[in-house]
Design a protein around this ligand. Structure first.
Ligand SMILES: [Mg+2]
Length: 268
């Protein structure tokens, strides 16, 4: 049996200082800085656990971050595979898997408008006070920075409807609005890496996963076992399934529990 551990990073294993403060205190180190500001922390126990996990499983960071944003994080292990841009990209030994990128483009082309059409949709909202800026994520999807206090439910419903008519979905998370084509999700990329490992090792692959938002849910659903941090979006929405465990604590301590869960499961 080969274990593939597909884990989201932000607010699952690494935590912003604000998110870390929502859980019990843990000894941690800074794993990401930007413009002189601390962006992400990793607890010492999570880090130790990740090093152990890397010896008995294929650990695959699986993030909505772009490749550049992912590479900015000082993770304790260098993974052979990483999934970025919410499944839009797979890095193999740090380099993009071009075959996967081409297959994503082909798959999405049949089901949703190109990213340029969505840029136009957002151009139509540029005079709205809630919309601060829009950027491309590795040419696969858009991320809009929004003022959450000004983005009212009726306006959000309007944006969601406009995206939907193009075969895209808008996903609001605090100060960000993620706009992704239908069909782009982490689960498909995890399945691809899993199949590749199965071919390489000749063994069945068991997928364990962890994540905190709705963007992670499809990936958690296809895993054998999955973990969700206490107080996360998925926890607040009551997303649950028999194979999904919610941690007892929030913040950095949730990361510790998740990694402990992987270690326990991969020993058994
Ligand atoms: Mg996350």
């Amino acid at each position: 049996m080969t274990y593939l551990i597909a884990s989201d990073l932000d607010q699952t294993l690494i935590y912003s200082p604000a998110a870390a403060a929502r859980g019990p205190e843990r000894v941690s180190r800074v794993v990401e800085m930007l413009d002189g500001k601390v962006i992400s922390l990793l607890s010492e126990d999570t880090e130790k656990g990740m090093l152990e996990v890397a010896e008995r499983a294929v650990f695959v960071p699986t993030t909505t971050r772009t490749r550049a944003q992912y590479e900015r994080i000082d993770l304790p292990t260098r993974s052979r595979f990483a999934i970025v841009a919410s499944g839009g990209g797979i890095l193999v030994d740090g380099e993009p898997d071009l075959g996967w990128a081409a297959s994503v483009v082909a798959r999405l082309a049949g089901a949703s408008s190109p990213v340029a059409a969505l840029r136009e949709v957002f151009d139509g909202y540029r005079d709205r006070e809630w919309l601060l800026r829009v950027r491309d994520a590795d040419d696969v999807f858009l991320v809009a920075a929004v003022d959450a206090d000004l983005l009212h439910a009726d306006e959000l419903a309007h944006v969601t409807g406009a995206c939907d008519s193009h075969g895209w979905r808008a996903h609001h998370q605090g100060r960000k609005l993620y706009v992704l084509p239908h069909g782009l999700d982490k689960a498909a990329a995890v399945a691809h890496v899993s199949e590749r490992l199965e071919v390489e090792t000749g063994c069945a692959v068991d997928v364990l996963a962890a994540g905190d938002t709705l963007l992670d849910w499809p990936m958690l659903c296809v895993a054998e076992r999955a973990w969700v941090p206490l107080g996360s979006e998925l926890d607040r929405l009551g997303s649950s399934a028999p194979h999904v465990t919610t941690t007892r604590e929030a913040g950095l301590a949730a990361g510790d529990e998740i990694v402990a869960g992987w270690l326990e499961h991969t020993t058994a």
